[in-house]
Design a protein around this ligand. Structure first.
Ligand SMILES: [Zn+2]
Length: 387
């Protein structure tokens, strides 16, 4: 065990996870399964764990092995990112082939299998590989959830459940990374427990404007389909614009694929890249998935904002009044729409159908209770109106 910063220092806000992986690295078994939502840090944790498994000192963070693993360039750490929507037979064959190969440099090799909630039909084909690899191979399997197809593989792994990051943790991490406290609070509140999304939103100057747009939806409804169509069209445009920072980063990553731009490995300062996929096609497929996920995150954030607006209205309504019932019905409809997002709906139709059900609300005087992100958004807005 080392004193001071080591490979696990980069795993933010997950002390339990880090403690378990530290302990596991001392005498590892053949396979680990980390189950946690996107952005909870399983990717960074897997990378740190791989370094700890290869480092002669259990993850010092300074030796050649550690630096190469953290840079995503160690020959004995293979990260597998499925390219399609689901794993294919060819993916399973590739994993099996790599798993039986001897380590190139040392005594051990680590296979990090990402996105394994997408294992689908090839689960059985991979079972033998994952439950009985050569003694030198350690699997680190990552999944957002454990669907039925993953249950058998999961039963052959040491399973570690990873909680979404708490909002306060996201704020701390962002502030430590130099984000100013107000922006950190607003980004963390809209990030749904994901550090990746929080970082993205912290650099997103339009977050407050998007929040305000969703917050104001009930003020703009008048029971007519025409009003709904206008509001939905505007929100869909905001969704398109919100993806711009993601597209910019993706374009940079693709540009780095250019062999002329590639630099020799070993830089310990290289940030862990989510995209070590060797081929452009794989990278582009991953980028498409990331954009879809970003859009779903944005919609979820928008619906959560809308829900907060109606909850504030419920809190401000006298209990005896008959006005409460439509507000509660509105909340139910919003929750149902958010639940429908996982089925990949047509977002315009989904929002139009929802907004037609929602009662209009009077303009918000800016005194909503217990809702810090709203206050932040409104403060920003008031400031910009003064300016
Ligand atoms: Zn080391």
């Amino acid at each position: 065990m080392t004193d001071g910063p080591d490979v696990f220092s980069g795993v933010a806000g997950q002390p339990d996870l880090v403690a378990q992986l530290r302990a596991a690295a001392v005498r590892p078994v053949h396979a680990y399964l980390l189950v946690g939502p996107p952005g909870a840090g399983t990717g960074a944790a897997a990378q740190a764990f791989a370094a700890a498994l290869l480092c002669p000192e259990g993850g010092c963070g300074r030796c050649r092995d550690c630096r190469l693993v953290l840079a995503g360039e160690h020959a004995d750490v293979v990260t597998f990112v499925p390219e399609g929507a689901f794993l294919r037979v060819s993916d399973a064959e590739e994993i099996a082939r790599v798993a039986v190969r001897s380590p190139v440099e040392g005594q051990r090799k680590v296979l990090v299998l990402t996105d394994f909630h997408r294992v689908q039909k090839v689960g059985p084909a991979l079972l033998k590989t994952i439950e009985e690899p050569p003694p030198s191979t350690v699997f680190v399997v990552l999944a957002d959830t454990v669907p039925p197809e993953l249950v058998t593989i999961a039963s052959r792994c040491v399973r570690i459940d990873v909680a979404p990051l708490a909002e306060a943790t996201l704020v701390e991490v962002l502030i430590a990374e130099g984000v100013d406290p107000a922006a950190a609070a607003a980004a963390a509140a809209a990030a749904g427990g994901s550090i990746e999304r929080a970082r993205l939103l912290a650099s997103d100057a339009d977050l407050a404007a998007r929040r305000t747009a969703w917050w104001r939806v009930p003020e703009r409804l008048d029971g007519s389909g025409a009003a709904v169509a206008v509001v939905v069209a505007e929100l869909v445009e905001l969704l398109d614009a919100a993806a711009e920072p993601v597209r910019r980063v993706q374009a940079e990553v693709l540009a780095e694929l250019d062999p002329d731009a590639a630099t020799p490995g070993g830089r310990s300062s290289a940030p862990p890249s989510p995209s070590n996929a060797p081929r452009r096609a794989g990278l582009e497929a991953a980028h498409k998935r990331a954009l879809r996920r970003h859009r779903a995150d944005e919609l979820r954030f928008g619906l959560a904002t809308l829900g907060a607006r109606y909850r504030a209205a419920v809190a401000g309504t006298a209990v005896e009044g008959g006005r409460l019932r439509p507000l509660v019905a509105a909340l139910d409809a919003i929750v149902a729409s958010a639940g429908a997002l996982s089925r990949n709906p047509n977002e315009t139709l989904l929002l139009q159908a929802l907004f037609l059900e929602l009662p209009a609300l009077p303009a918000d005087p800016g005194t909503n209770v217990g809702d810090p992100p709203a206050r932040v958004a409104q403060t920003v807005e008031r400031r910009s109106r003064k300016a």
